[in-house]
Design a binder for this molecule. Structure first.
Ligand SMILES: Nc1ncnc2c1ncn2[C@@H]1O[C@H](COP(=O)(O)OP(=O)(O)OP(=O)(O)O)[C@@H](O)[C@H]1O
Ligand SMILES: [Mg+2]
Length: 249
């Protein structure tokens, strides 16, 4: 796929080989080979408790596998003091996102302080995120006062602003009503167009998983990989579109 905003020459990736994850003596999953690269849009499927969040934490460097290796490629060299070299590479957006103490606006602007953007580009990107996530009326609210769905919308807007090369979204639209879901789908779709690698977990198919081109399915303690071909049989209702899709192995 074409990578619009990110470098086409050296797409970054995370590769896992022969990994096995267990807690105490219980094997959660194993996988021979997994590759998550810029430009990939992967649907991570599995029942509750199958290990979706755990897999994302492994790829983010927040946990280490019980066996096997996970490496990153194409990123700038980590600073000498960072002993866990995967940390900070593939960004993990938690199911229950962490927000900073402070207003919604602070949460959005803080995300961009890390980036070397010109002030006008910075303002443009923040304004665009506020519009896309429809956060205008909430800007002065304290982040801790937001509802569950609003928190998720804010966290995704923040990730959209920061535009990481690899982003993992853990159940991003659970708790959301239809309108919030479609705002988030539009933001994630734009990250996809920009070439951000996306790994999206969900225990059920939804408007977001219809954007995916690959599928990782955790089933019977094994991670199976396949192409994901959403069959969009759009059922048009008033202002909404429902998707029904299938998956090929
Ligand atoms: N630190 C831990 N110590 C022991 N067991 C753990 C730990 N973290 C997760 N588990 C267990 O591993 C299993 C997988 O958890 P995980 O959160 O990855 O599942 P999930 O697929 O994300 O589930 P859900 O769909 O409910 O979010 C669960 O049974 C959980 O209790
Ligand atoms: Mg989970």
């Amino acid at each position: 796929m074409q990578l619009a905003n990110h470098s086409v020459k050296s797409p970054v990736s995370i590769q896992a080989k022969n990994i096995l994850m267990q807690f105490n003596q219980n094997i959660l999953f194993h996988a021979d080979e997994l590759s998550f690269s810029q430009g990939d849009v992967i649907y991570l499927q599995g029942d509750n408790g199958s290990g979706k969040s755990t897999l994302m934490k492994l790829l983010a460097g927040l946990l280490s596998p019980s066996k096997g290796q996970i490496h990153s490629h194409g990123f700038k060299q980590a600073p000498w003091w960072r002993t866990q070299s995967l940390l900070g590479k593939a960004v993990y957006l938690h199911q229950h996102p962490y927000l900073f103490e402070g207003s919604v606006k602070y949460n959005l602007t803080y995300a961009l302080d890390q980036r070397s953007l010109l002030p006008e580009q910075r303002k443009k990107r923040i304004d665009q995120a506020i519009n896309m996530a429809q956060l205008t009326d909430l800007l002065s609210h304290h982040a801790s006062d937001l509802s569950g769905g609003e928190r998720q919308r804010l966290a995704i807007a923040r990730a959209w602003i920061a535009q990481p090369k690899l982003l993992m979204l853990d159940e991003p639209i659970s708790n959301m009503d239809k309108q919030s879901q479609s705002l988030v789908v539009a933001m994630i779709n734009q990250l996809k167009q920009d070439g951000t690698g996306l790994l999206i977990s969900s225990h059920q198919t939804c408007g977001l998983t219809a954007l995916c081109q690959q599928r990782w399915h955790i089933q019977q303690n094994t991670i199976h990989t396949s192409m994901h071909v959403p069959r969009v049989e759009a059922v048009h209702q008033t202002n909404t579109t429902e998707f029904h899709y299938g998956t090929t192995n």
